[in-house]
Design a protein around this ligand. Structure first.
Ligand code: F6P
Length: 320
């Protein structure tokens, strides 16, 4: 292939810019052309497409967000949207497409692949919930952002001998809660992959107090329930002085960590190598610190993301 496209889609994640930069720079290095598509699949269907130069991706490796903008565009699930998208790609002579995004974005790449259009999916979401990879672009930055907030909250929690419920992102997966929980020494981690018993949570707080703990930090993944509801359940059992912090979209912003920039660069350059060799229908991942590829159809049809539940066990063992 000589001319490829790139788009970022769904919830943005720190490192998406680094991925696009790598796609552009590697493609130029290989003598190929790259077209940037604004606003994800919405921009694809609308034909919001332009040629990218080396300079367009200068000074962005360190920036959060995505300079190509992003959008959630459920209409791309329809045949009509997909055919319009392919028509736009053909109109610009774009022979293959790199899609950086999460689950919904992978679905778009999957649909194009099934229609015979070569796509490469790169995992970009703070949630880390993509099958076929141990880590997604943006996850490391997000957990460090959460960790910074947790360290601050612990200061005030201790001063007031309070229990805090911190609601973190992760619509379907507990990865952010697990990693930030272990890294911050949180007393409890509540994730969708494991149930919880509110009486057990309350007992754990009381036991902590009896042992002389001055604070209780409970990390709650948003996929379980919202923080306010969880706190009300706890306060109904006992007066724990529960305070709730919903970290929200602060978790999606900020300058990417070195790890996310490197991962994004490896993924971006890797995608170009496959398209250059006329290979599409793939998604890239990191497995045991090595870049791997999977068939995107097989990945979405048959693979499931599994968070590292050893961390859940570990936290139970060392947090009390
Ligand atoms: O997909 C990543 C994510 O950050 C989820 O954790 C969260 O539930 C969702 O996006 C929020 O999406 P939006 O910004 O569209 O409200």
């Amino acid at each position: 292939m000589k001319r490829i496209g790139v788009l970022t889609s769904g919830g943005d994640s720190p490192g998406m810019n680094a991925a696009v930069r790598a796609v552009v720079r590697k493609a130029l290095y290989e003598g190929m052309e790259v077209y940037g598509i604004n606003y994800g699949f919405a921009g694809l269907v609308a034909g919001d497409i332009r040629k990218l130069t080396r300079r367009d991706v200068g000074d962005i490796i360190q920036r959060g967000g995505t300079f190509l903008y992003s959008a959630r565009y459920p209409q791309f699930a329809t045949g009509e949207g997909q055919l319009k998208g392919i028509e736009q790609l053909n109109r610009f002579g774009i022979e293959g497409l790199v899609v950086v995004g999460g689950d919904g974005s992978y679905r778009g790449a999957y649909a194009l692949t099934k229609r015979g259009y070569p796509c490469i999916g790169l995992p970009g979401t703070i949630d880390n919930d993509i099958p076929g990879t141990d880590y997604t672009i943006g996850f490391d930055t997000a957990i460090n952002t959460v960790l910074d907030a947790l360290d601050r909250i612990r200061d005030t929690a201790t001063s007031h001998v309070r229990t805090f419920v911190i609601e973190v992102m992760g619509r379907d997966a507990g990865d952010i809660a697990l990693w930030a929980g272990v890294a911050s020494g949180a007393e409890q981690i509540i994730i969708p992959e494991k149930g919880f018993d509110i009486t057990g949570v309350a007992d754990n707080i009381r036991e902590g107090r009896e042992k002389g703990k001055k604070h209780t930090i409970i990390i709650l993944a948003e996929g379980v329930m919202d923080g306010k509801e969880f706190a009300e359940k706890l306060d109904a059992i006992d007066n724990f002085h529960v305070r709730v912090t919903v970290l929200g979209h602060v978790q999606r912003g900020g300058s990417p960590t070195a790890r996310d920039r490197v991962l994004a660069s490896q993924f971006g350059a890797g995608a170009v190598e496959y398209l250059k060799a006329d290979k599409g229908g793939l998604c890239l991942g990191l497995r045991n610190e090595k870049i791997v590829t999977h068939d995107i159809v097989d990945t979405l049809d048959n693979m499931k993301h599994k968070p590292n539940l050893d961390l859940y066990k570990l936290n139970k063992e060392i947090s009390s």
